[in-house]
Design a binder for this molecule. Sequence first.
Ligand code: EPU
Length: 423
Amino acid sequence: MKFVVNGGRRLDGEIQVLGSKNAALPILAATLLTKRPCILKNIPLIDDVFTMLEILKSLGSEITWLEERTVRIVNSDIDPKKIDNSKVEKIRASILVVGPLLGRFGYVRMATPGGCLIGVRPVDAHMDALRDLGALVSYDEKADIYEIKPPLKHKWGSRVTLKELSVTGTENLMMLGALLPSITIELAAAEPHVEDLGKFLKLLGVKIAGLRGYEIFMKGLKHEGRKTITYSIMNDPIEAGTFMALGAASKSRLKIKGAPLSSLLLPLQKLKEFGVPFEIVKDDLIIHGSKSDLKGVRIQTQPYPGFPTDLQAPFAVLATQAKGETLIFDTLYEGRLKYIGELEKMGAKAKILDTHQALIFGPTPLKGKEVQSLDLRAGATLVIAALIAEGQSVLNGIEQIDRGYEKLEERLKPLGASIKRID
Ligand code: EPU
């Protein structure tokens, strides 16, 4: 599938931020912890979510859509042996079923999770932490299958230190911890979506302190209640940040509704540094088309509350429109600068310094070209680039974009964007 975009038009209007992918995925997995019916609202209708739902279905989840973005899940009859590995291999987030399955059933046997090609992302932060807690982890290299069992006599440890601030690693430990007497997770990731999972676990009855910090304390469930649990997923900071970059790079007036701004402090600071005028009205962020020159900045990604790696590529398009030099330094991934080659085809001036760092020189007018969506965030980045470029662009591989942004083209059209999906 591809997008055909006729660029160079000023955009104007409002766009609503939808539910967070990276909050929805762990919370969907966390429903496996309980037999209680769970009603989840504000679920983004994106392909990664559909794949996670298929994984749950293969395990035996009863899934009913109640409204457009509201789903009811009942996990009273789950068989961990039935997991569909062909779906596990599709997304990296499938690793998130490990914590709940191990906690509730004491049995996990599954393939290595798949996902974006954005660098080496081994699952050893997960497996080493589970081993440290006493779990028996084995890996059959030939069959590419992990088998994980609880420690003998269920003698789980009560303190674990992650080997890096891994987001899904922290989430897996929290979901396992929800069914252990108590656990302290050291070097936990502090991302807003980790907190969102924590809030859902609290509704189950788990006691948690330390969310949004690097040390999380939990006391697990003693008795399972019976009432239905209803939770609304937080809005997506990364989607909001992508729209920030779009408004700023296209010098448009854009009202971004429902932006979780307290989770976007550094991206907002960077907008200021670039010289992008904006105002905040309650939960809405209004980007005003800049009349003066933008200027280059330094963007260095870091675990939260640092600048999110998932926003470095969209902000690089903004950098092509800023005067001078912008340093992009992705400290997390070594494969996340490949989109720059596609931006160069469109006329961007850049110098790749190494696998983590690049310089972008601006301002340069972009021109419509045929380009390739290499991963989810790179895809959204090229949509922004195509919208500000003069002429027509053809964006191939938009399946990547559908993994994380709900019907992006349909939501951009009311702003005045000319963008068409071709199957
Ligand atoms: N890393 C470091 N140092 C750290 C922490 C991480 O170098 O202190 C490296 C890791 O080695 C790894 C990478 O950074 O190569 C990512 O680490 P992490 O384990 O945190 O990633 P993840 O849990 O697999 C989640 C998101 C990603 C997001 C990262 C980083 C979900 C489902 N996925 O992945 O989202 O990029 O955290 O914030 O939550 C996306 O949405 O496009 C996406 C890739």
